[in-house]
Design a protein around this ligand. Structure first.
Ligand code: AMP
Length: 450
């Protein structure tokens, strides 16, 4: 089979059907080992905060029926209109790769009757999502989200707690300068009147809008407000604002939320043009923006209330709120602000072997050390003791265990203190206990006792 490395697909030179193109698809990427400490930090902090705020892990499939997304996110949204990876299965089901995580979580909540659980029901999810967008800096076709959803509570104190959690997450990643923006886009009732007002205004300025926004007046007028085109921003600046047209319930909800946030001393700004790109939001919406991209509006995460979504999907009327952060953008921001990546524990012990018999025994000894939670490094492929000790020195281990021909026959092991150079010969039976005592307790992690 012909192999093409880094081939650029020009029209004249299209890869043949069966040629192997050694490249990720456009807009997709590998997360290499060198970047994993940042990803690991994001995973660990997210999992810890999910636990502290009592969110239970929920994993749903990457592929769902396509209309789950088109009905929930909205037919007129960019995601559904232009960006979904939709295809027919061999069984002729129309399915899609998930473009976000909330719709699947709602489906799961309804399908498994989780409305019977004590409220609020809180889910923490993480995984890849897919959007066939034009790739650029910070915009991928496959990206990872960390997502939080809470079902069954309409009190604005939950909005405040969710925003507090989003703020805390980003802070804990080491991103101290991100900006929290908040808005209320009202409920189905007051938004209807507001939309009418907005459409009238936008119609009167139609000629000043970009082509996309002219179309959006019909399909998704609120989206015109956060269009990044300069001319659209100018029109948006003078547009009627949703916060001025909220019904009493929505106004009180928003006011109380802001009081809670003030009580928390959580810094935020109200952005009357923040609408979010998905149809299902009601009342509170919020977004966390990178300080580097202020103005350009690169969002690190965002979310809001979606009080009618479960009902629209066929479940019982259930208020809900959630948010997602984009892991790639968080990692890029962590690097930019020089936030700390995860630091993996280092081995404190090195196992060296010399001679064929010792080499055979060393595999088993390594496994015993591992089972007992002693994090041990080795370099079994190397033959000479000198080259193995060189590796041990490079790894800065505290002790090297040396198993030679003589020791193997005697049932002993040499324990070499790497700092002092002192060596002692100990019985193999006592080795594990001795090493455990010698190394600090925090390096001992026992997963299984067998
Ligand atoms: P959304 O589901 O659109 O609210 O996005 C939630 C978060 O995911 C955003 O705040 C971004 O951090 C991230 N995100 C959204 N779209 C992309 C994309 N195409 N590539 C990378 N990250 C994205």
């Amino acid at each position: 089979m012909p192999i093409k490395k880094n081939s650029k697909k020009s029209k004249a030179e299209k890869p043949k059907e069966d040629s192997l193109v050694l490249q990720t698809l456009r807009g997709m990427k590998d997360v290499l080992p060198i970047d994993q400490p940042y990803w690991e930090q994001v995973r660990r902090i997210s999992e810890r905060l999910a636990r502290d705020y009592e969110f239970s892990r929920l994993d749903t499939p990457i592929v769902e029926f396509a209309n789950l997304f088109s009905r929930s996110i909205g037919e007129g949204t960019d995601i559904v209109e232009k960006e979904m990876y939709t295809f027919l299965t061999r069984g002729a089901d129309k399915v899609a790769l998930r473009p976000e995580l909330t719709a699947g979580n709602c489906r799961s909540y309804i399908q498994h009757g989780m409305n019977l659980l004590p409220k609020p029901v809180k889910f923490f999810s993480t995984g890849p999502v897919y959007r066939y967008d034009r790739p650029q800096e910070g915009r991928y076709r496959e990206h990872y989200q960390v997502n939080f959803d809470a079902f069954g509570e309409q009190d604005p104190i939950l909005d405040a707690q969710i925003i507090q959690l989003a703020h805390r997450l980003v802070q804990t990643f080491g991103i101290k300068t991100a900006q929290m923006q908040i808005n209320s886009i009202g409920c189905q009732i007051c938004r209807k009147d507001y939309k009418e007002l907005l459409v009238n205004y936008l119609d009167s300025k139609k000629t000043k809008l970009c082509q996309d926004c002219r179309r959006r007046i019909e399909t998704n007028p609120l989206r015109v407000l956060d269009c990044k085109e300069d001319k659209c921003s100018q029109v948006a600046a003078l547009a009627p604002q949703s916060v001025d047209h909220l019904c009493e319930d929505c106004r009180n909800h928003f006011k109380t939320l802001l009081e809670y946030l003030d009580e928390l001393d959580l810094p935020y700004i109200i952005n009357p043009h923040l609408v979010r790109g998905l149809d299902y939001y009601t009342k509170t919406v919020f977004e966390i923006l990178s300080s580097a991209e202020e103005g350009k509006g690169l969002s690190l995460g965002g979310g809001g209330r979606y009080d009618k979504l479960i009902k629209i999907m066929g479940g019982e009327d259930t208020p809900a709120i959630g948010f997602a952060i984009g892991v790639e953008r968080i990692v890029a921001e962590m690097k930019r602000v020089q936030a700390k990546p995860y630091k993996a524990p280092r081995p404190k012990v090195f196992l060296a072997q010399l001679g064929n018999l010792a080499k055979k025994k060393s595999l088993k000894l390594f496994s015993e050390l591992e089972k007992n939670g002693i994090f041990t490094a080795e370099s079994f492929g190397r033959g000479s003791l000198k080259s193995q000790l060189k590796v041990a020195n490079r790894l800065k281990v505290e002790f090297t265990l040396i198993l030679g021909q003589k020791e193997t026959l005697d049932g002993t092991v040499i324990v070499k203190n790497m700092a002092t150079g002192a060596q002692e010969t100990v019985s193999a039976d006592k080795l594990i206990d001795l090493v455990k005592k010698k190394i600090k307790a925090d390096n001992v992690v026992v997963y299984h006792n067998n």
